[in-house]
Design a protein around this ligand. Sequence first.
Ligand code: FAD
Length: 433
Amino acid sequence: MPEKQKINLLWFGNNLRIRDNESLFNVMQQQLPFLAVYIFDKSFFNSTQLSFKKIGKFRAKFLLQTVSDLENNLKEKKIPFLKKLGKTEDIFKQISKGFEVEKIFCQREWTKDEIELENQIKTIFPDVRWVKSYSQLLLEPDFVKERLDKIPLLFTTFRQKIEKDFKIRNEFDSEHLVYNKSTFDLKIKSDDITLKTLGFEDFETHSSSAFPFTGGETEALKRLNSYFFETQNISQYKETRNGLIDAEYSSKFSSWLGNGSLSAVSIYHEIKKYEAEFGANDSTYWLIFELFWRDFFKYTSMQFRNKIFQRNGISNQEHKWQNNENLTQYWIDGATNSDFINANMLEIKNTGWMSNRGRQNVASYFCKILKQDWRIGAAYFEEMLLDYDVHSNYGNWMYLAGVGNDPRSRTFNAENQAEQYDADKKFRNLWLE
Ligand code: FAD
């Protein structure tokens, strides 16, 4: 039998970018023979949890656009890329028939679905060396460890400990490296993957969507440049961030951050560049403050692991949650007693997007007024959100349900909130009419 060719794999997950990609940087810098792989794992599109899909049509389309952009960018760098639809385990089995895999480079994950995928691969390649990167984080784990023995329950404690003289690493210069290793004969072919093959009908973006963008690193960097340097809207971020209508009230970076087509470290350095040119103010600081929130939920889940998915959450608070399918359906359909809640729920149903103000209100309403199990609401968001991120979604839901990082367990008064943030009813009219 001919000897199998030795290669390395760059297994893409939620790091779908060329710029500031540590794994890509490592394989390119060492000029290793490697194959880049992305798998649309069928189980994420077929199976359900609490009767919701893990990925719904909005994020599926956004992901297809993202991977297509990545494919083009890798092609320009002459990097072989394999895009497959199937079970992760089966695709790796196919690869193992043609190649002896030495190392797998990927982003480090610690939540259950992602660990499950890794375990599938470990059964195929038990002896492979894993080289994992923490590239989804803004703050480096060593730095956080130095400042904190363990992650505190309160965000303010976390922020105060890390904010003094903090350092953010430089970007990895993966974008500019040139790869000149000769390629190899790849017998497996990429799949032609469309919304239809993923199980969805094609659809157009709703004309009133506050997120009228497409997926992919190219679009992410365009948005970053536009929000910062072209419009300078970042300089008003703190005043506009509670907005509800149109794209400009907040950065809209979350969807690209979610699948890693944009890195938080790149955003940070662009903010610093912006501040050097146009001046720092409360708003430019506040965007960094919000990115700390993002990291806070990531470090929280790293510490508490699967507790973030459990009924009593990370703070072990017992509540009498109910599971009334009718009430959940009224909430989803925008048919509750509150027009502000209804407008927000119709927004997410029609666009896959909802503002932060809206999310806080509808989550609070679901848990505190309807008294439904917060995990049902979180699972619905997981299916619907364009920007779904396991740490931010479950972290924020636990927070609002009173089983997470906020021991005070407050309830939002939707009517007061509507009066404060939508006094002229423009937002409600947009979705209710
Ligand atoms: P901006 O206001 O421009 O903020 C910049 C970035 O800071 C965001 O892109 C995000 O990465 C981070 N950020 C801001 N607010 C938060 C926050 N509260 N928690 C964590 N990070 C934050 N965000 C997600 O990215 N994915 C989710 O699945 C998600 N689920 C949520 C569920 C609930 C119930 C709630 C209340 C919030 C959730 N958020 C989630 C947080 C927040 O609503 C979104 O990050 C934000 O609205 C995205 O819009 P933006 O990018 O314009 O944010």
